[in-house]
Design a protein around this ligand. Sequence first.
Ligand SMILES: [Zn+2]
Length: 327
Amino acid sequence: MITLDSFSALGEPQRALIDDIRAGRAPHAALITGIAGTGKRTLARLLACALLCTAEGKRPCMQCKGCRRAQAMTHPDLLLPSTKEKDRSIKVEDLREIIRALSYHASEGTRRVVLIENAQRMTPQSQNALLKSLEEPDGETTFLLTSSGETGLLPTVRSRCRVVRVQPWSDQQIISALRERGIAQARAQELSKLCGGSLGTALDMDGDENYFALREACGRTFFSLRSMQDVPVASAHLKDKKDSADEILSMVELKVREYLLHAMRAADAPEPMAESRCHEMWLQASPRSLEHIMSALIDARKYRASNVSWQAIAEKLLYIISEDINS
Ligand SMILES: [Zn+2]
């Protein structure tokens, strides 16, 4: 389970914010930004729990009534825009309840949280409507805004917020988070390399069987060549994969890069893509051969852009790989 401690470990900016909130020094307004899938929403919701938690000791306890209601988004002192549709802009009328509530004191405790996810969806009018409250801390309200970028927010709004950029996750952090969710080590390792530091992307990819089918296809073709004679069969297997051509090229590129780093003694041996005899051939390839394959992959992308047929691109690449790996 992801906790505030998981986020603390990700980097200094969010650790400082978490510590301040736990210590009762919550900023009046915080804007949480970062690339998609880094857990901005989860972080904001956990912070809301921490602010509304009534337990003694380390907050949020996730057990008390405050935490449970904040988690279920039903806490009377957790104020949310009334927009329900995910993709809609947040209009002034969606903020009416929040603005009305802010003119009174918190209904239960001494803390109140205004949580606005995807704050960049607020129209300029909405942002202006909030500005007065953002400018005048009332001592009991904390604004938590999340946004995938800082564009879309008025400078006047942004400047009232403590901006915290959630750092991408490290490979190791992604692997542990995936392992906690019951994903096998080898798969977790692989996902960590592909997700660009985004746990959300890693989880999406894990649920994407198409990805693993493509991986299998790459393993069976580009990484299973024992000699030049295998090329026509491998090429035939790739024939109906035209729609996934770009994904396939990325996948091959990633793996070749791993072999190259290993050949340069900069990384451990990668996980095999195919049977061990072929894996051995790849492991014995020289950096020069692997670099040659990398540049062939770059060419392949250029050919894609200029509409050369996928079949021709794949076959050329297979021949180059065979020359470099099987010689
Ligand atoms: Zn609690």
